[in-house]
Design a protein around this ligand. Structure first.
Ligand SMILES: Nc1nc2c(ncn2[C@@H]2O[C@H](COP(=O)(O)OP(=O)(O)O)[C@@H](O)[C@H]2O)c(=O)[nH]1
Ligand SMILES: [Mg+2]
Length: 415
């Protein structure tokens, strides 16, 4: 099976009509109501969507927690409502009263702002899934970077192909899960590796097995959703983010790169990165970044965070900054060195140590902040509300919305 919907004809997910007198979004609503009073109340507490859990990851600053970890919280409706409630509690009372036509004054404390604490408690109990896929030629440092991002051995390093071990003839897909805990929050991280991508002489169609895998996960989720007896929490194996590794050649993008990103950008959040940035000088890096950005733009290739999904001006200005800095030129390492009395992750070269987390040395820290500390929840939401929704709408249309879905075009992968 190829792409579910070719980019040119991709329908916009349908915005469901909001029934009257219903403040809270339904758990599966693709575009829950937004704005003041948009659902800080019961929706967020009693019926959180299965995949949208606020993500207050440990060590980040309060700004991130307020704006993204919790603000975007349980679905957009509850998240925004919660955010408003906090921002305005005791003031304008946005989240509080449905009867007011805006700007009413609360006479006493109601407790709307406690939703943040309630959501936090729920997340602490349930934890959350995050599924990241890495794509790019062998040896570009994919496994190393994922291990660097999560500061543990979550991805097996390919120590080069042994002589008697053959390079896979086709793209293999391997998913490995780990539970990582930080600050009492459990994340079930699944790393989906795609060894063999781009390693052949003829790489035509090597995006196909990857596209198939991504769609199979949507299909699994959909099957669970349309079951009469649904699980309370549907296991989420959908790929939330696909890190695409660009080889640090200094030349143009290869056809394989553009082909992959073009074909997949409408079914998954693609984040392109420039691999092994320490192999280029700072000037070469800047030049290469600009060239890549231009080529992506000229090729009409969208990557995450997509402009069309910016929710408001604040989002747009934050995301513009990120988009302008992309693709991040990264360095990965799992070795620690002593630098100025501190232990840092780095790569030792003849000229000194390249410190992975030092923003003057490479853009790893920017990628990490973006991916984990500010946009992790949004990656999950865009996956659910846009990519999955597009898939779902198409599948249900095909089936008249009612009949069981045949598995003809989504054979299970070898997982
Ligand atoms: N110079 C440099 N080498 C790297 C970097 N990341 C990984 N490597 C090395 O590249 C080789 C392949 O790394 P690996 O993570 O297995 O690549 P993968 O095949 O893409 O998963 C290993 O020897 C790594 O130590 C990097 O950022 N810079
Ligand atoms: Mg690897």
């Amino acid at each position: 099976m190829s792409d579910v919907v070719p980019p040119e004809v991709r329908p916009k997910p349908v915005v469901p009509a909001k029934p009257p007198n219903v403040g809270a979004p339904s758990p599966s609503s693709p575009f829950p109501p937004q704005g003041p009073g948009g659902g800080a109340g019961s929706g967020g507490v009693s019926a959180p969507p299965p995949s949208a859990i606020p993500v207050p990851i440990g060590s980040h600053g309060p700004g991130f927690a307020a704006n993204h970890g919790i603000g975007h919280g349980v679905g957009h409706g509850a998240g925004h409502g919660g955010g408003h409630a906090t921002a305005h509690s005791g003031g304008h009372g946005h989240g509080g009263s449905h009867s007011s036509s805006g700007g009413s004054t609360l006479l006493g404390y109601i407790g709307i702002d406690t939703i943040i604490e309630q959501m936090r408690k729920k997340t602490m109990k349930t934890g959350f899934d995050f599924n990241i896929m890495v794509v790019g030629n062998s040896g570009l440092g994919k496994s190393t970077l994922v291990n660097t991002l999560f500061k543990s051995q979550v991805s097996r390093r390919s120590a080069g192909w042994a002589r008697d071990e053959k390079i896979p003839k086709t793209v293999e897909i391997k998913a490995v899960s780990h539970v990582i805990e930080e600050g009492g929050v459990k994340m079930k991280l699944t790393v989906v590796d795609t060894p063999g991508f781009g390693d052949q002489i003829n790489n035509d169609n090597c995006w196909e097995p990857i596209s198939k895998y991504i769609n199979e996960q949507y299909e699994k989720f959909l099957k669970e959703e349309v079951n009469i007896t649904r699980k309370k929490r549907i296991p989420d194996t959908r790929v939330h983010c696909c890190l695409y590794f660009i080889s640090p050649t200094g030349h143009s993008l290869r056809q394989l790169d553009t082909e992959f990103m073009k074909r997949l950008s409408h079914s998954v959040n693609i984040i392109p990165v420039i691999a092994k940035a320490d192999t280029m000088t700072i000037e070469e890096r800047q030049e290469f970044k600009q060239r890549v950005r231009k080529e992506l733009e000229m090729g009409g290739i969208e990557f995450y965070p997509q402009k069309e999904f910016d929710e408001d001006m604040e989002d747009k200005s934050d995301n513009d900054k990120i988009r302008e800095a992309m693709p991040f030129a990264v360095v990965g390492s799992d070795k620690e060195y002593q630098v100025n009395g501190k232990r840092v992750l780095g790569r030792k070269t003849a000229w000194g140590i390249v410190e992975v987390e030092n923003p003057n040395h490479c853009e790893f820290a920017q990628l990490r902040d973006f991916l984990i500390r500010s946009h992790l929840q949004d990656l999950k939401e865009v996956t659910h509300n846009i990519h999955y929704e597009t898939y779902r709408a198409k599948r249900l249309n095909e089936n008249g919305g009612l009949h069981p879905i045949s598995s003809n075009d989504t054979q299970e992968s070898n997982l």
